[in-house]
Design a protein around this ligand. Structure first.
Ligand code: ADP
Ligand code: MG
Length: 224
């Protein structure tokens, strides 16, 4: 998706999205169409079924992530226990961490700090960010998940020991379909930025190649 975005820097977000969707969905569709033609000619081997299934899966994944974006934003604000949301996220991804030899270190300054937010959306952000951290560490290591409460805002930190992000690429993160991964959708961070922004907060990324990445989310305690 990189080349599309380079040319569409002046496009609106909707324009970038449309260009990205067209591009991202056309590839798996072309593949499926090819296999379908093989099938019609009776040359479709059972071994190809998996590939078709994977291509369908990819379209499904892109559509699912886009649907989250289409939902009414910050629809249901309610008091949420932020540490509990973080813990839920960590538990959800713990198996993937263990399989990859990654240790999740938790450090919550407040065990039950309540914040008015959309719980599902906030959890979605934590999942996106933690998943990226895990995916950046194929050789294992540690991820620190932190929660600190200041006077006016709370701060949530995910520090990994992963591959890091090239300096000139950091600002591109969050553009629709920007991904440096073979099988990435490049939608996770766009959604995360959007959700945090809708909550009046700020998401920032600090990264060093070969050392790791820090994703910091700051949220106002009083809704602005
Ligand atoms: P995806 O994970 O599907 O590629 P995202 O929007 O979640 O899309 O992330 C966009 C890109 O940002 C990733 O492809 C990756 O290159 C980079 N990135 C995000 N988080 C990290 C991280 N913790 N470590 C290294 N790279 C990261
Ligand atoms: Mg991701």
């Amino acid at each position: 998706a990189e080349e599309i975005l380079l040319h569409s820097e002046k496009l609106t977000l909707a324009g970038q999205l449309a260009a990205g969707i067209a591009h991202e969905i056309r590839n798996p569709l072309t593949a499926i169409k090819g296999f379908f033609q093989l099938m019609q000619s009776g040359m479709m081997k059972a071994a190809y079924y998996n590939v078709v299934d994977e291509e369908f899966g990819r379209i499904e994944m892109i559509i699912n992530e886009l649907l989250v974006l289409a939902k009414p934003q910050a629809a249901s604000f309610a008091n949420q226990d932020i540490a509990a949301l973080l813990e839920h996220t960590a538990t959800l991804l713990e198996t993937q961490a263990i399989l990859n030899n990654i240790q999740l270190n938790r450090s919550y300054q407040h065990a039950s700090f309540m914040l008015a937010c959309d719980g599902n959306q906030m959890k979605q952000v934590f999942i996106n960010v933690l998943k990226n951290a895990l995916e950046a560490m194929p050789d294992g290591g540690e991820i620190d998940i932190g929660l600190t409460v200041q006077r006016d805002n709370i701060c949530i930190r995910f520090q990994d020991q992963g591959c890091g992000i090239p300096k000139d690429k950091v600002k591109r993160i969050g553009q629709p379909f920007f991904s440096l991964k073979e099988k990435g959708t490049g939608l996770g961070m766009m959604l995360s930025f959007k959700i945090i922004e809708n909550h009046g907060g700020v998401l920032s990324i600090d990264s060093e190649i070969g050392k790791g990445t820090l994703v910091e989310i700051s949220l106002p305690i009083q809704r602005r």
